[in-house]
Design a protein around this ligand. Structure first.
Ligand code: OGA
Ligand code: NI
Length: 360
């Protein structure tokens, strides 16, 4: 039984995705309008400029000599310290896998809203799964993201397919296979990036086992429909990712922007690339060398935009803490050790600065 109070609480926390947008056309409904002062300086979805975020070619990495590898590590370290973001190409993920998941994502979001809403967004254990979105509780307002999203992880793929296409086994199979294939490929890439990032930090463990991400990873398919007035709304509210690091595929329509000084820098979309960004756990583990930077998605008037975020999880440690290898007299430890449940509690209480509680 769901009590009245629980229901109220739920509708507070989870937005109804784009219900109002779908039923009213051609105007931005109030719930999606953001006051100018909250939006701050805006950068259009195609104002790329010289972003400075490096595009790192991982092709042939195994054949590189130590000096050439060092150069790549240094670029990764510099990018993580300055922007919290870098991009990779020739990353080893088959481009057909990318095309296939983009098609599967589009097909999912094309399904009628009533069907998608059967996958109600809720916390299961310590993770959010299903269709919808967290509201921007940071600002304690009713304002919504101009987007819809599906959180899924490997153990729940089949549940999504059978809920959305109960009578259509071909569609079930196609969706499940595309997502499973993607998760498999991204798991490999996640492990590879973990080693690259550790090397860039100058951490060369005998065995990397203890540093490897916890499974399963969490994934979010995002859909940003065209918006009649992109300057008055936001596709995905400015946020920090909580996890270890995120591997984002943004297709060929731009929209991802990263906070830099007082403004925003757009991350140029390359259909064959991934954007990689440090989350709060990498910031802690790296003792603040890697920055978990505020980022958001903006929308545009003409094109649907689909992005896929693969959230690599922090290693499965009792306590998250800076790596001892990165701490010495000149680099004092910045965070006290904490557990993941402690972090989640802190994030609920203070979503915009969840690490504050653990700073030393
Ligand atoms: C995210 C995210 C940006 C985008 O899903 O956490 O930052 O461009 N997405 O969709
Ligand atoms: Ni994010």
């Amino acid at each position: 039984m769901t009590t009245e109070r629980e229901r109220d609480h739920k509708s507070e926390v989870f937005s109804k995705a784009l219900r109002d947008v779908i039923v009213t056309d051609n105007a931005v409904p109030d719930a999606y309008l953001w006051p100018k002062q909250e939006l701050g300086p805006m950068l259009g979805h195609e104002e790329f400029g010289e972003d400075g975020i490096p595009l790192i070619d991982l092709g042939g990495f195994e054949e590189l000599d130590n000096n050439q590898r060092r150069q790549i590590y240094d670029r990764i370290r510099g990018a993580c310290a300055t922007y919290g973001f870098f991009q990779v190409v020739n990353h080893g993920v088959d481009l057909r896998i990318l095309d296939r998941i983009q098609a599967a994502s589009k097909k999912f979001f094309d399904v009628p809203l009533e069907t998608k809403e059967k996958l109600e967004c809720k916390l299961e254990g310590d993770r959010l799964l299903g269709y919808g979105f967290y509201k921007s509780s940071k600002l304690k307002t009713q304002r919504r993201n101009w987007s819809e999203g599906l959180f899924v992880d490997k153990p729940h793929i089949a549940r999504v397919s059978s809920t959305v296409w109960p009578e259509d086994t071909d569609s079930q199979t196609e969706f499940s296979e595309s997502v499973e294939e993607y998760v498999g490929a991204l798991r490999e890439l996640g492990l590879r990036l973990t080693r690259l990032i550790l090397n860039s930090l100058g951490v060369y463990p005998e065995t990397y086992d203890k540093y490897m991400p916890k499974e399963p990873a969490l994934m979010r398919l995002n859909h940003y429909p065209p918006c009649p007035d992109p300057s008055k709304t936001v596709g995905l509210v400015p946020h920090h990712d909580a996890n270890f690091f995120t591997i984002l595929h943004q297709g060929d329509v731009g929209g991802l922007q990263v906070k830099k000084d007082e403004g925003w820098v757009a991350v140029r979309p390359y259909p064959n690339a991934f954007a990689v960004n440090a989350g709060n756990m990498l910031q802690v583990i790296s003792n603040d060398i890697c920055k978990s930077v505020l980022h958001k998605a903006v929308v545009n008037q003409d094109s649907d935009r689909y992005s896929i975020a693969y959230f690599v999880q922090a290693p499965d440690w009792d306590h998250i803490a800076p790596l001892p290898e990165l701490v010495d007299a000149a680099h004092p430890v910045k965070y006290r050790p904490f557990t993941w449940p402690e972090y989640l509690e802190s994030q609920l209480a203070n979503p915009s600065n969840a690490l504050k509680n653990f700073e030393l």
